[in-house]
Design a protein around this ligand. Sequence first.
Ligand code: HXC
Length: 513
Amino acid sequence: MQELLAEMEERRKQVEALGGEERIQKQHQAGKLTARERVEYLLDPGSFVELQPLTQHLETGLMEGADAPADGVITGYGKIAGRTVFVFSQDFTVLGGSLGKMHGQKIARAMDLAVKVGAPIVGLNDSAGARIQEGVDSLSGYGEVFYRNAIYSGVVPQISAILGPCAGGAVYSPAMTDFVLMSRGTSYMFITGPEVIKSVTREEVSFEELGGADVHNMKSGVAHLEADGDEAVLDLVKKLLSYLPQSDREKPAIVETQDPKDRKTPELLDLVHPDPRRPYNMHQVIQALLDEKEFLEVQPSFARNIIVGLGRLGGMSVGIVANNPRFMAGALDIHASDKAARFIRTMDSFNIPVLTLVDVTGFLPGVSQEHAGIIRHGAKMLYAYAEATVPKITLITRKAYGGAYLAMNSKDMGADIVLAWPTAAVAVMGAEGAANIMYRKEIQSSDNPEATRKAKIEEYKQAFDNPYVAAGRGYIDDVVSPEVTRMYLIRHLEMLWDKREERPWKKHGNIPL
Ligand code: HXC
């Protein structure tokens, strides 16, 4: 027996040695933790249980005789804040973390178990893409993972931390998951690297400029969050998970809060000026309303004209979607529509109520937006809100005009409760534009066109630039003071917490993509 145990220990030691001391040092010098150190950091101490550590690569293609401990990926499960989570962690010290058939299969098996037990799956990605030596077998390995990313989407939360290169096939698995987080300066994502790009298009670009964390968090919208270094990214993963349930079968946990449910927010009385041209900081509004003023913004640097993120009200998780009047006057454009629609669907998948804060004059006008398909993209928002069956509360802080009023979850689009502040104005468009269109002839033919124009604008304002017409028709449930809004939101959310909304049977809807 002792001999057998010694052999077992020896095999395990070889696996735990990863790709060898030299490559581990290189990994550390690059400012990265090893695959095992990451798992240790992510999970509650001592909770990790490894699966299939003794996996060997297929002796296929050009892999004969190659050494690949654990086939370059560590998989298993453990706890985060006491809750079960499945994890896979690609090991860059083994063939650059490249994905071979068994590597892919290990990830797939962990995903299958995660879905069977109903627990999130966190991928720690650090991979040079398909393992070239394995040829088509490595592509098959990717296929197994991609397939599950898609069919398990909306079943258990899938979170991808990008902690090194993610090249070629390595990008598409994260792209299908719910949240992508990147480490600044040490991670990048691209389909083809700088060298291939240079040979095909003659463009010269660095790794960082092509697919670094800033690029994907600011420009492409591929990533949702970024932080400096592995630990900070893994901390964000833990925080994100705290707002989510284990699976689509559950609601998010209700967390104890010291923040009184009836806390008044007098600071909001002066923040939102009645003059619609005076911008204000919507982040301050969000923070004031949420428990402990804590808001985890998602995609904070992409499409800044809309704000999305997670917080709590009375201990209940809530997803926030809010116009940001400080950027492009909060107008909805293509990127903002994509960002919001995707977030709403993520919230709906995992039973997280959506709170929408509205201050928007409309969709962004312009030839480039029209030609790039603002109709198709804007339609995603309408679709996502209507499709969502979670509790939906809308608060109109100031302007709610036209199509954007509908796109920001109006009553008719399925909002359960719509509140407005006295500063709100619900209309087809702003008073100036409306008066110019409706009374053009009258203004032009008048003795004093400017005075007539002003009078007509005032007339329209009196008629529509307030919340009371919409409240009178039942489109707004109530007009409330900013000072007591938090209390109202929590009461409505508690009332809606067990909401159920059925939809006609269908295979699946066909969201415009
Ligand atoms: C097997 C690979 C590999 C790969 C790198 N290695 N890429 N092994 N398959 N795809 C090995 C190297 O030989 C090296 O082995 C070790 O990993 C580390 O690589 P280095 O190049 O030394 O590291 P670094 O300088 O940090 O550069 C990392 C890198 C670079 C930028 C990721 O390795 C690279 O560009 N690799 C190719 C990326 C790529 O084109 N992938 C696409 C594959 S095709 P030793 O033994 O020296 O440590 C694909 C299509 C799938 O993915 C499509 C599915 C839809």
